[in-house]
Design a protein around this ligand. Structure first.
Ligand SMILES: [Zn+2]
Length: 584
C-alpha cells in the first residue's frame, strides 16, 4: 500500500462511480437508497448483494462480502490491491506513479511467474519453428490447417519429449525452484528432483485479457498418449474458473459485434480467427462459471454456445448456461452436425456457413424445451403429459412474466396441450415455489439482521471515524487504541498511527473476516449520528473497557481471597458505572 500514494487512491475513487462499475459486472436494480443484485460471490436466488451509492460501498447480506470499488475489482477479477488500483486508474484516466516499486512478496512472485511463463512460451515457440525434434508437432499442426505464419501469430510451441529441457533452460536464466514450481511449469519428483510438466506436446499459451502468458495447454501428438489435453495447474496467476481462452485476441471482435461465441477447444478459437471470425473464446472445461459469465458480460450482451452435440445437452453444461443467463446474457445454442466441431465446420464450410448456423440457433429456453421434448415425447398421450409437466416445472423458474408466457405457448404447441392448461399449471407451481422460498427467506432474515443491541460500539466508533474526518478528530481526541479489544485494536492502531489513512487502505490490510465486518458496519449505519450520540458511543467504548479491566481485577482478587472489602468496593463501582451509562 505504501507504494501508491493516498492522494491517487482518493482521486481514483472520486472518479469512479461504484454503481456504474459494479453495474458492468452484474445487473443492479435500484431498491430505495441502494442498489441490489444477485451476489457474484455466492450462489443465491434472491438478491442480498447491496450497493450504496452515497457511501460508495457494497455489502452482501448473504455471504458478508463487502468493500469499496477497489476491493470489488480485487475480488471479482482476482487481482492484487496494486493491480486493481492500476486497473481503476487506467479507467479513470489517472496516471499512477508507483513509489519504491513492488513492495509485496506476492506481487514479486506473480511477476516472476509471468516472466517465467513468457520465456517458456518463447522457448516452446522457438523449438517448434526451428528445431527438427518438433517436426511431428509441426506436421500435426499443418494437418489441422496451421501454417508457419499462424504458429508465429498465435505463439504456438512444442515441449520437447525430455524430462528437464525447460527446467534447465529457465534455471540457467536465473529462475529459482519456488517460482518454477508455483508456475506449474515444473513438477517436483522424488529426492528433490524436478522435471518438466509438459513433455512431447504441442503447446498453446494461455493469455489473460492483458495478453500476459498465465499458463499453458498441451496437446498430445501421438493419439495413443494420455491425457489428450494437459493444462497448467492453478497458480497465483492462473485460475481456470476465471479464464476464457482467446479473450485477449477476441475482446475487440466481441465488443464490436456485441456477441461472443463460446467453444470448447483452443483450435476452434484459432481456426475461427483465421477465417475472420474474431469473437470466439474457449471455456477450457465445459461447465461455465459465474466469474466467466461476468467477464463476458463486460464485453457483450449475447453469447452463442458451439459445443459438440453430446456436451451441450449434459447437466453440467446446462447449469453453466443458466449461469450465463442469470448474469444477464442472452444465450443461444448453435446446433452443429453430429461429429463436427466448430473447427472442422468452419474449415469445411467457411465462415458464412457458420454465421448462418448462428442465425438459426435457438435461444436457451427453447433449447431446453427441445431437450425436454426429446427426453419424454414419443407421441403417446402419456409422454405428452410427462413432457408438459417437466416443461412447466422448468418454465416456472423463469422470472420474467412475458418470457414465461411466450414459452408457455411454445410448450403448448409442442406438447399439444392447451395453452390455458399449461399457464394454470405454471402459476400453481410458482405459488408452491414461492411458499417454500418465503419460509427460507424469513429464516435467513432472522439470522442476518443486526439488532440494535448486538451492535458493538467499538466497531461503530471505528466505522464512523473511518468515514468522516470530523468524527475521526473527536475520536482521536477522546480515545486511545488501548481502549479497544483485541479484534478491533488493529484497526484503531492504523487510524491513530496515521490520521489521514483512508478507509480503503485500512480495509485492504485487514483479514477477510474483519474487512467484511467493517463493511457491514459501514452499511448498516444509515446516517451519521449526532455529535451527542457519537460521544455516547465513545463513552461506551471507554466504560466497556473499564468494565473489562475491573472484571480482570476482580478475578485476580478472587484468586487471592484476601481483600473482601476492596472486592466489594469494586463491585459497587462497577454497578455505578453501569448506572451512569444508562443515564447518558
Ligand atoms: Zn454474497
Amino acid at each position: 500500500m505504501a507504494s501508491i500514494s493516498r492522494d491517487i487512491i482518493n482521486k481514483i475513487k472520486a472518479e469512479i462511480d461504484i454503481v456504474e462499475l459494479i453495474g458492468e459486472y452484474i445487473d443492479l436494480s435500484s431498491s430505495g437508497k441502494n442498489y441490489v443484485a444477485l451476489c457474484p460471490f455466492h450462489q443465491e436466488n434472491t438478491p442480498s448483494f447491496t450497493v450504496n451509492p452515497n457511501k460508495q460501498f457494497y455489502y452482501c447480506f448473504g455471504c458478508g462480502a463487502g468493500g469499496d470499488s477497489i476491493n470489488f475489482i480485487q475480488e471479482i477479477d482476482n487481482l492484487s490491491f496494486q493491480e486493481s488500483v492500476l486497473t481503476l486508474a487506467e479507467r479513470a484516466g489517472i496516471e499512477v506513479d508507483i513509489k519504491g516499486g513492488i513492495d509485496k512478496e506476492e506481487m514479486k512472485l506473480r511477476e516472476a511467474i509471468f516472466s517465467a511463463n513468457n520465456l517458456a512460451s518463447k522457448f516452446y515457440n522457438y523449438l517448434l519453428l526451428n528445431n527438427d525434434i518438433a517436426s511431428e508437432a509441426k506436421e500435426y499442426l499443418n494437418e489441422r490447417g496451421f501454417n508457419e505464419e499462424d504458429i508465429k501469430k498465435f505463439n504456438l510451441g512444442y515441449a520437447p519429449d525430455s524430462w528437464r529441457g525447460l527446467y534447465n533452460f529457465l534455471s540457467d536464466k536465473g529462475f529459482n525452484q519456488e517460482v518454477l514450481l508455483k508456475s506449474g511449469l515444473v513438477v517436483a519428483g522424488k529426492n528433490n528432483s524436478y522435471y518438466d510438466r509438459f513433455r512431447g506436446r504441442v503447446i498453446f499459451p494461455i493469455y489473460n485479457v492483458r495478453s500476459e502468458v498465465i499458463g499453458f495447454g498441451g496437446r498430445v501428438i501421438d493419439p495413443e498418449d494420455f491425457p489428450k489435453y494437459l493444462n497448467s495447474p492453478e497458480s497465483p496467476v492462473f485460475s481456470k474458473k476465471k479464464l476464457l481462452y482467446g479473450l485477449n485476441i477476441s475482446k475487440e471482435g466481441i465488443q464490436d459485434k456485441n456477441e461472443a461465441v463460446i467453444v470448447e477447444g483452443y483450435t476452434d478459437v484459432l481456426t475461427a480467427h483465421k477465417f475472420g471470425l474474431t469473437n470466439f473464446v474457449a471455456s477450457l472445461g465445459t461447465a461455465l462459471t459465474r466469474e466467466q459469465a461476468n467477464l463476458l458480460k463486460r464485453y457483450c450482451d449475447k453469447v452463442y454456445i458451439a459445443y459438440d452435440a453430446d456436451t451441450a445437452g449434459d447437466k453440467a453444461t446446462l447449469r453453466g448456461l443458466e449461469i450465463l443467463r442469470q448474469a444477464g446474457l442472452d444465450v443461444a445454442i448453435i446446433e452443429l452436425p453430429q461429429d463436427l466441431d466448430p473447427d472442422d465446420y468452419i474449415k469445411n464450410k467457411g465462415s458464412d456457413a457458420f454465421i448462418e448456423l448462428e442465425s438459426k440457433a435457438p435461444d436457451l429456453i427453447e433449447y431446453r424445451i427441445d431437450l425436454i421434448m426429446e427426453k419424454y415425447y414419443d407421441q403417446s398421450a402419456n409422454s405428452r403429459l410427462k413432457a408438459a409437466k417437466a416443461g412447466v416445472d422448468f418454465l416456472a423458474t423463469i422470472k420474467d412474466e412475458l418470457t414465461q408466457d411466450a414459452y408457455a405457448k411454445v410448450l403448448a404447441e409442442k406438447t399439444e396441450i392447451g395453452y390455458k392448461e399449461i399457464k394454470n399449471k405454471i402459476e400453481k407451481v410458482k405459488k408452491e415455489n414461492k411458499k417454500s422460498r418465503s419460509w427460507k427467506q424469513q429464516n435467513r432474515a432472522q439470522e442476518k439482521s443486526i439488532e440494535e443491541d448486538t451492535k458493538d460500539p467499538e466497531w461503530q466508533v471505528l466505522a464512523y471515524m473511518l468515514q468522516n474526518q470530523k468524527y475521526r478528530e473527536i475520536g482521536i481526541d477522546k480515545l486511545d487504541p488501548a481502549y479497544f479489544s483485541e479484534t478491533t485494536a488493529e484497526i484503531a492502531r492504523q487510524i491513530w498511527g496515521d490520521i489521514d489513512i483512508t478507509a480503503t487502505e485500512v480495509i485492504s490490510d485487514l483479514a477477510e473476516e474483519k474487512r467484511d465486518n467493517l463493511a457491514r458496519y459501514f452499511f448498516t449505519e444509515d446516517r451519521f449520528p449526532s455529535k451527542n450520540k457519537f460521544n455516547n458511543l465513545i463513552k461506551e467504548v471507554i466504560t466497556g473497557n473499564i468494565e473489562k479491566e475491573i472484571s480482570n481485577i476482580l478475578i485476580e482478587l478472587n484468586k487471592s481471597k484476601e481483600c473482601d472489602y476492596i472486592n466489594n468496593l469494586l463491585l459497587y463501582y462497577k454497578r455505578l458505572l453501569r448506572l451512569e451509562r444508562r443515564d447518558v
